[in-house]
Design a protein around this ligand. Structure first.
Ligand code: SF4
Ligand code: SF4
Length: 123
C-alpha cells in the first residue's frame, strides 16, 4: 500500500503523545527484502530501520507510529506491540487494517474532545 504524506504526518504527530514502544519483530521468513523491497526502511519517519543481510531495527528510535506496518507488502510480516499512554492497554499492530482502524478511532476521539470543548464553552 502506498502511504500519502498526510497520513504519514498524522501517524508521526500522534505517535509520541499516544504510544509507548514495546517491541517490533520482523518475520524474516516472509520478508521480501531479497526481492528488492525497502518500503519500511524508506517510510519510517525516524529512520529506525537499516539494512544488513536482513532488515534490522534500532529500537531506541522507534516511536511506535505503525507507518512500516501500513506500507509493508506482506501482511503480518511486521509485528509492532505498543502501549497506549492513556489507558496502559497494549496493542498489537500487524496489518495495514490494524493501523487504519486505530487511526480512525483516534480521529473519532479527537473530534469528540473538540466537540466537548466547544459545548463546554457554549454552556
Ligand atoms: S513503528 Fe515502524 S515506521 Fe514507526 S518509528 Fe517504529 S519502525 Fe519506524
Ligand atoms: S516492507 Fe515488509 S516485506 Fe518489505 S522489507 Fe520491510 S518488512 Fe520486508
Amino acid at each position: 500500500m502506498t502511504i500519502d504524506e498526510k497520513t504519514l504526518k498524522e501517524l508521526l504527530k500522534d505517535a509520541p503523545d499516544h504510544y509507548r514502544y514495546i517491541s517490533l519483530k520482523i518475520d524474516h521468513a516472509i520478508c521480501r527484502l531479497s526481492d528488492g523491497c525497502r518500503l519500511c526502511i524508506d517510510k519510517c519517519p525516524t529512520n529506525a530501520f537499516y539494512q544488513k543481510e536482513r532488515v534490522e531495527l534500532i529500537p531506541e528510535l522507534c516511536i511506535g507510529c505503525g507507518a512500516c506496518v501500513l506500507v509493508c507488502m506482506v501482511p503480518g510480516c511486521i509485528k509492532l506491540i505498543r502501549e497506549r499512554k492513556d489507558t496502559g492497554r497494549k496493542e498489537a499492530v500487524t496489518t495495514p487494517k490494524d493501523v487504519e482502524k486505530l487511526l480512525a478511532a483516534l480521529n473519532i476521539k479527537k473530534k469528540r474532545d473538540v466537540g466537548r470543548k466547544v459545548f463546554e464553552h457554549i454552556l
